[in-house]
Design a protein around this ligand. Structure first.
Ligand code: GTP
Length: 597
């Protein structure tokens, strides 16, 4: 135990965590030449393509330092705010953290939020100034920023480059010298923290854990404290690039467990594993269920594929426990599912995985957050509204509450004005403004979550020319003046296009939606009126003019193959169209409300 070090790497997105992790693996000889590829730990194709880490990963390295062999367990964590829950769990499994800061970008919003998480868990922080090879690197200034943030000595900041490998030896030395060895007792009942789980189609769910006390042995009868379920430890081992089967994983170490569980929902990240017969009296604290933040409907393009979609979603959920869904039906779209996601990125990933891994073509509706509605009759009873069409009749409503977040934005002083106007437009209330240095400012706002779910990220990037970083955490529900804006196509309400919008913005947004839909919905054989309405009141109207000509008319009498090609092309375009009444609506139209500006 004395020679084990458990650490994670925390950083703002893109500051180079995964690249640096690759270098650590190289340097310690943990990968062979043949296994080498970029971002080794990002094992999902999607992670590689997008260059982002979605899941946490763990890997064990062996390293000899001053004649002594050490076991170093590295836990790589995702940087995107949608996955911050995973970061907090990984942090709880470590004694130390490498805090990576990009030498050109300096400290950003998630550098700070992840640092606070690490400090809350009493981790030893090793600051690393990364990407020093960049021509735009500004090592002196960024070191000063780090020293200010941590209150450390400038000498404690390790200069490194994940690209060239510079400084990696110093990082390893610091991990061994500065991070404390794990504590805990081998003689106590088993207590292990689950910090991640991975679904393997052949072996079921693989649970990753860190043993805090006792040990976990092959064949042992174990229990998960939060769920109360008992299992046999069919296989345990350590996590090298490939898994290495072991008889026992002891106090302080990190490993994996296979129990034959087929459903990811049975394994809750943050839960404690203990011995079934001699359970630990104290579960590791801080366990909480992950709550979805964003909801949207997912419908098969072809109504006949509903059952297949259900099957695919169930399989995907075995794999991603943070996905939740319940069946719903829409007058416009038929049968589908209301799904809960951790954020917009998570939603995009789920949609993409459904298409790639399950070959489903789906339509996703306008995402929304979860609202609380209260009626005049029962003003104390919460009605949870995850779908705008479930909002009770406006005349019966006492009030509606929406989730608020605390947003932290770090930007250059030049852009403070722009960022503030954006946040105020998004119904934000400024709560704090701190100059971190003369150049860099940290702004805090209380804002409705719904406003950042939509185009906030992109807008923030634009108004700050890319020099703003953003992080948020939920701060509870607040009453808001929300109304439901409905969209009518050809005088029929399309429920899947309804959205809850703040009363002050309802007219503008209703108008913009009509204009946008006019652009997106293809012209058909007849005029299509598009209307926005609040209750029975029409607030805006546009018309899509009828097509004057048949697309194939001009081929009449001409080349038949050309005509066929045109029709083929039309059919392809239909792939993601949905017939609602007699109007065909393309997928983009359902997301139109997201891109109004
Ligand atoms: P997430 O996993 O999405 O949180 O990102 P990350 O922090 O793991 O960053 P990643 O390692 O994917 O690196 C982000 C980008 O920076 C990539 O394009 C890397 O090639 C580049 N990069 C990483 N380290 C260095 C470095 O030391 N020098 C230079 N010049 N580029 C680097």
């Amino acid at each position: 135990m004395k020679h084990i070090r458990n650490f994670c790497i925390i950083a703002h997105i893109d500051h180079g965590k995964s690249t640096l992790a690759d270098r650590l693996l190289d340097f310690t000889g943990s990968v062979t030449e043949r296994e080498k590829q970029d971002q080794l730990l990002d094992s999902m194709d999607l992670e590689r393509e997008r260059g982002i880490t979605i899941k946490s990963h763990a890997i064990q390295m062996e390293y000899t330092y001053e004649g002594q062999e050490y076991i170093l367990n590295l836990i790589d964590t995702p940087g995107h705010v949608d996955f911050s829950y995973e970061v907090s769990r990984s942090i709880a499994a470590c004694e130390g953290a490498l805090l990576i800061v990009d030498a050109a970008q300096s400290i950003q919003a998630q550098t700070i939020s992840n640092l606070y998480l690490a400090l809350e868990n009493d981790l030893e922080i090793i600051p690393v100034l990364n990407k020093v090879d960049l021509p735009s690197a500004n090592p002196e200034e960024v070191t000063d920023d780090i020293v200010d943030l941590l209150g450390c000595d400038p000498e404690e900041v390790i200069h490194a480059s994940g690209k060239t490998g510079f400084g990696v030896d110093n990082i390893l030395a610091a991990v061994i010298e500065r991070i404390p060895a794990p504590e805990g007792s081998y003689d106590e009942p088993l207590q292990a923290l689950i910090f991640d789980s991975v679904y393997n189609p052949f072996r079921g769910v693989e649970t990753y854990f860190r043993v805090m006390n006792g040990s976990i042995k092959k064949g042992q009868r174990i229990k998960f404290v939060a769920t109360g379920n008992e299992y046999n430890a069919d296989e345990v081992g350590t996590l090298k690039l490939n898994q290495v089967v072991k008889k026992e994983i002891k106090t302080g170490d990190v490993g994996y467990l296979i129990t034959g569980i087929k459903d990811a929902r049975e394994v809750k990240v943050g839960d404690t594993i203990t011995d079934a017969k001699e359970p630990t009296t104290n579960a590791i604290e801080g366990f909480e269920d992950v709550k979805p933040m964003v909801f949207a409907g997912i419908y098969p393009v072809d109504t006949e594929d509903y059952e297949e979609l259900r099957n695919s979603m169930e399989k995907l959920q075995l794999n991603d426990a943070s996905l939740v869904f319940t069946p719903e039906s829409s007058a416009a779209l038929g049968f589908g599912f209301r799904c809960g996601f951790l954020g917009m990125l998570h939603m995009e990933i789920i949609q993409e995985r459904l298409e790639r891994e399950f070959n489903m073509t789906v339509i996703t509706t306008v995402p929304n957050v979860s609202y609380h509605a209260y009626t005049k009759k029962n003003p104390d009873e919460i009605i949870i509204v995850n779908n705008p069409s479930d909002l009770p009749d406006p005349s019966s409503l006492d009030r509606v509450e929406e989730p608020y977040i605390k947003a932290t934005i770090i930007t250059k002083s030049d852009f403070v004005g722009n960022v503030m106007s954006l946040c105020i437009e998004k119904r934000g209330l400024i709560t704090n403004q701190t100059y971190l240095t003369t150049e860099r400012v940290e702004l805090s706002f209380d804002m409705p979550l719904a406003e950042i779910v939509f185009d906030f990220y992109d807008r923030l990037k634009t108004v700050s020319k890319g020099y703003a970083s953003f992080d948020y955490s939920p701060i509870g529900m607040r009453a808001s003046k929300l109304v439901r804006v409905d969209i009518l196509l050809n005088a029929q309400t399309v429920d899947a296009l309804s959205a809850l919008i703040h009363f002050d913005n309802a007219y503008t947004i209703g108008k913009k939606m009509c204009e946008k839909l006019k652009e997106l919905i293809p012209r058909q054989q007849f005029d299509i009126p598009i209307q926005a309405a609040i209750g029975a009141k029409i607030i805006s109207r546009e018309t899509i003019k009828a097509l004057r000509k048949d697309v194939t008319a001009k081929c009449y009498g001409g080349d038949i193959s050309r005509k066929r090609k045109l029709l083929e092309k039309q059919k392809k375009g239909k792939k993601r169209m949905r017939q609602v009444g007699n109007v065909e609506i393309p997928q983009q139209a359902f997301m139109a409300v997201l891109k109004l500006n």
